[in-house]
Design a protein. Structure first.
Length: 256
């Protein structure tokens, strides 16, 4: 069966414009800040499931490659390859860092992909994983609503074959999964409370309110500090999780 093209899955004019929506802007900005704090400049960074390449555009000081099953309009400044994350076309130990941003929730089984990530990472390489927080009620509600066929048609988005999100994780679950796969956790962040996420339906209108997007981004930036504090004390109130891992010398030696 052939792989669906980007345009077959995404028909929103804004998505095909090559510009990030507020949620994408905030995610790319925050993820880039985490990577800059740990990965040496000019290192090789692989973004698996990179979409339009917005994160890679933020990482202009790195040697970046983006991989996805298909592409729409790509951001400049990076190299791109059409490939599956479960069969990466790169040599062993090729990258200082690998990113899986909003990817693992689309997989029924994360293990094969993460084995490939470990293979292409250099010793003590960095592994950034982000995903929605399955414990958050707003995120769960949005996951249900956006699969309603009538709503997707009204927003001029074609219906996927089956659900978009096949799995759900809390931060502690992903930490346990990645530790078992040969990674040690370095840090965990919860940068969003949901103010910007709740406005996501606006992004997909035939005429999205682009004049409001800068305000939405400012709101999202204001959320970060309280979201971090709340995430440490009430995990159900944050909409997403950002986790940074490091490759262990051997899968069975993490934590030793």
């Amino acid at each position: 069966m052939s792989t669906p093209t980007y345009s077959a899955l995404y028909t929103s004019p804004f998505e095909e414009s090559g510009h990030p929506n507020p949620y994408e802007s905030l995610c790319a900005e925050f993820n880039a800040s985490v990577l800059r704090s740990h990965v040496p400049r000019r290192g090789r960074v692989l973004d698996v499931g990179c979409g339009n390449g917005f994160l890679l555009q933020e990482l202009s000081e790195y040697r970046t490659i983006g991989v996805d099953l298909s592409f729409g309009r790509l951001s400049p400044g990076a190299l791109y390859a059409t490939a599956s994350g479960e069969n990466l076309p790169f040599a062993d130990e090729s990258f200082e860092a690998v990113v899986l941003a909003e990817v693992i929730e689309h997989l029924s089984d994360w293990r094969r992909l993460v084995r490939e990530v470990r293979r292409v990472l250099r010793p003590k390489g960095w592994f950034l994983v982000t995903h929605p927080n399955r414990l958050n009620a707003l995120q769960s509600f949005l996951d249900v609503v956006k699969e309603i066929p009538a709503l997707r048609r009204s927003l001029k988005r074609k219906t996927y074959s089956g659900r978009q999100h096949l799995s759900g994780y809390a931060g502690w679950e992903s930490t346990a999964n990645m530790t078992s796969a040969g990674f040690s956790r370095v840090g965990e962040w919860t940068p969003m409370l949901g103010g910007v996420r709740a406005l996501a339906p606006l992004y997909y209108l035939p005429r999205p309110p682009r004049s409001l997007f800068p305000l939405m981004v400012r709101i999202g930036r204001k959320e970060r500090e309280p979201a971090q504090w709340i995430g440490r004390h009430a995990r159900t109130l944050t909409t997403g999780v950002v986790l940074l891992f490091r490759k262990c010398s051997a899968p069975d030696r993490c934590g030793r």
